[in-house]
Design a protein around this ligand. Structure first.
Ligand code: ADP
Ligand code: MG
Length: 687
């Protein structure tokens, strides 16, 4: 069933450890203590010294609790001695940092654990590939090699299975394939048969013997003397010290492996850095700095994040709710704000920014009301920035033509009215200053009232009775309602100011003075100057000067403040969303502690783990951001149907999405760092 594994790339020549050179692994007086401080210190290894040459098949045997696993963890660079010295191919590695040790694990070691330690969320193929991912091998090569290894181990029809769908023996073979993925020059197997039935156990032992025969250095840890006896050399450990070693300490026997064994081996597909080379340090530096291609990394992280997202759908959606609401509300609120602003701007341009009003009566309602006269109009006209000052009488009158009579607004204004009101005549002409001077009884009609009074008859030249005084129609105004949307804007009749005041209103008190100014920039000054001029005439402030543009702008400013407040609320919900992401990532890190340990044993550097979890956090928030954009657009669409004026801004959408990503980055960093700083041994032990 299991085809021969053939010669491994663990041939002695490739280990660069010529006969007579330093041993492959060498421990000198290694001690390992746990605890200390608050808990009582226990010394688990109490001065272990041993040498293992390349290609050896060594069993370390001892009772449970004697320190075998502790020893294996130190040999496999998963743990460090508290005291003593560990040399790898003659190089002291006690001084190496976490990333350098990760590189060494990745390049030199393959672990086989009693509990298999496969990643439950990955299928068989991807489990086997994990070490190669961290070694940065291209995906195609990785797949090919993992497939080849699995085929040799009789698992070719299990590639897509999850570990929990396999028997213990199959899982252990998967973990052996994983140990061989990067070459597995040194196989460290900690009670590999401990959880297996006797048949699967024998299969695994046969595999280890084969690997040994193929040139791999195999270190087998077991409490079972019978299993240990299958190794060429047996080291017995008891209570943290080596009590016997079947090999002679000075000259360990080398198995008969040959340099040429690796030549035809597909398992030797990649040229690997040789940790025993003279330029070990340079190789190490290169290996540690080696970058996994960002694309591969992103794909791996996407893959993982996707699984995590899907595995906990409900939890994920709840977590992301904050981000979704935040992004959606930023988008909708800014759209509403923009819509309102546009409305205000349209109002300003309709009202005209260049118009001021002088109204009779003081600001303070308690003071006696004043009046405005034509003399005041002349006074206002003396202010330099004033282009036109126009008296304005506004009232109501009954109009009659034939049998039709109607009540309407009547404005008595001057010939300047079309300019001051930006309201041109459409038909005929407006009255002139001369008409005003001679108290002419002429009138200009709004389109609506003209239609009401005259129907289809051309009103020009016709007469209309205003409070029983006949006025001749000389012009029709352009339709204001067409632009303002309000038909009664056109329900107006205009007559010359003096005619109106003398013959219709019977009084000289103006309703207000309409002022057209030259420069909008100086509007505020002009308001003050008009006030000063009139105060000199009136001797008191029994009038008020009103800047309509400023009022509209003030309204706009209030709207902006409102928009900003809403935006702030949206931002707060983004922060809340970020805290949700942080929370879920902390839970994820806790739940996946063992997975992190496995990845580290497979050679993941701290930065690899950091990057993986950070990418997951960012992807999570990106998913939230996208959902938020969708929710925002849908909400906005619904509001549009309800006739709310809103303008979506691409910039706001992009900004909200970027904020969501940044939220993931900021709030995902802490959990990711926590994951990266886990100690491999502690992580492997689980949460
Ligand atoms: P073995 O693998 O031979 O059964 P281990 O190396 O796992 O033994 O453990 C040896 C001793 O070290 C045991 O008594 C165990 O309780 C102790 N030990 C192992 N790991 C720790 C730890 N992280 N903290 C404290 N004690 C530990
Ligand atoms: Mg153990």
């Amino acid at each position: 069933m299991v085809r021969p594994l053939g010669g491994a790339n663990a041939a002695p020549g490739r280990l660069g450890n010529p006969v007579g050179g330093p041993p492959l692994l060498e421990l000198q007086a290694v001690r390992r203590r746990y605890g200390g401080g608050e808990t009582p210190a226990v010394e688990v290894l109490r001065g272990v010294s041993l040498r293992i040459a390349r290609g050896e098949f060594v069993a370390i045997v001892g009772a449970s609790g004697s320190g075998k696993s502790t020893l294996m963890n130190i040999l496999g660079c998963l743990d460090r001695p508290s005291e003593g010295c560990y040399r790898f191919a003659g190089h002291e590695i006690g001084t190496l940092d976490a990333d350098a040790l990760a590189w060494l694990r990745r390049e030199a070691f393959g672990f086989v654990f009693q509990q298999y330690h496969l990643i439950a969320t990955l299928d068989v193929l991807h489990n086997v590939e994990v070490p190669a991912v961290y070694a940065g091998y291209p995906e195609a090569a990785r797949h090919e090699r993992a497939r080849a290894l699995l085929a040799r181990l009789g698992l070719e029809d299990r590639l897509g299975h999850r570990p929990q769908q396999l028997s213990g023996g199959q899982q252990q073979r998967v973990s052996i394939a994983r140990a061989l993925m990067n070459g597995g020059r040194i196989i460290l197997a900690d009670e590999p048969t401990g959880a297996l039935d006797s048949r699967s156990g024998s299969e695994v032992m046969a595999l280890l013997r084969e690997l040994s025969a193929a040139g791999h250095t195999v270190i087998l840890i077991t409490h079972d003397r019978q299993i240990a006896s299958q190794a060429a050399r047996v080291i017995e450990i008891s209570d943290g010290v080596v009590i016997s070693d079947s090999a002679r300490a000075d000259a360990p026997t080398l198995p008969s492996v040959h340099d040429d064994a690796s030549g035809s081996d597909t398992l030797d597909a990649q040229a690997k850095p040789d940790p025993a080379d003279d330029d070990f340090a340079a190789e190490l530096a290169r290996g540690v700095a080696r970058r996994i291609s960002p694309l591969t990394e992103l794909r791996e992280a996407l893959h993982m994040a996707g699984r995590v997202l899907l595995a906990n759908r409900f939890r994920t959606v709840l977590t992301l709710l904050g981000i979704i609401i935040g992004v959606a509300s930023v988008i909708v609120m800014l759209a509403v704000g923009n819509g309102t602003r546009a409305e205000v701007m349209a109002q300003i341009s309709t009202f005209g920014a260049k118009r001021l009003y002088v109204l009779p009566g003081a600001e303070d309602r308690g003071s006696p009301g004043g009046t405005l006269s034509e003399a005041d109009v002349a006074a206002v006209a003396t202010v330099p920035n004033v282009a036109i000052a126009m008296p304005f009488y506004a009232g109501h009158a009954t109009l009659r033509v034939g049998h039709v009579d109607t009540d309407t607004a009547i404005w008595a204004v001057t010939a300047d009215a079309p300019a001051v009101l930006s309201w041109p005549v459409m038909q005929g002409a407006f009255f002139s200053a001369a008409d005003d001077d001679r108290l002419a009884t002429v009138a200009v009609l709004g389109t609506h009232i003209a239609a009401k009074l005259f129907g289809r008859v051309d009103p020009l030249g016709q007469y209309v009775l205003i409070d029983d005084v006949p006025f001749q129609v000389i012009g029709i105004l352009a339709s204001k309602g067409a632009t303002s949307g309000q038909a009664n804007d056109d329900d107006v009749i205009m007559v010359p100011a003096r005619t109106g005041s003398r013959r219709l209103f019977g009084k000289a008190d103006l309703s207000w003075i309409s002022v057209l100014i030259r420069s909008v920039e100086r509007a505020d000054e002009t308001v003050a100057e008009i006030g000063a001029v009139l105060e000199r005439v009136h001797h008191r402030r029994d009038f008020r000067v009103y800047n309509q543009a400023a009022a509209v702008e003030a309204e706009g400013a209030a709207q902006r403040t409102l928009t900003m407040t809403l935006g702030l609320i949206a931002a707060i919900s983004l922060v809340v969303g970020g805290i949700g992401v942080m929370n879920i990532m902390l839970v994820t890190v806790k739940e996946r502690t063992r997975e992190i340990g496995i990845r580290m044993a497979c050679g993941a550097r701290q930065r690899d783990v950091l990057r993986q979890f950070l990418t997951e956090a960012i992807l999570l928030s990106a998913a939230g951001g996208l959902a938020g954009i969708a929710a925002g657009l849908l909400t906005g669409g619904a509001l549009l149907l309800l006739d709310v004026n809103l303008i979506f801004s691409v910039r706001a959408i992009l900004a909200a999405f970027t904020c969501a990503l940044a939220t993931g980055l900021v709030f995902g960093y802490m959990p990711a760092r926590q994951a990266a700083r886990l100690d491999p041994i502690a992580a492997l032990a689980g949460p």
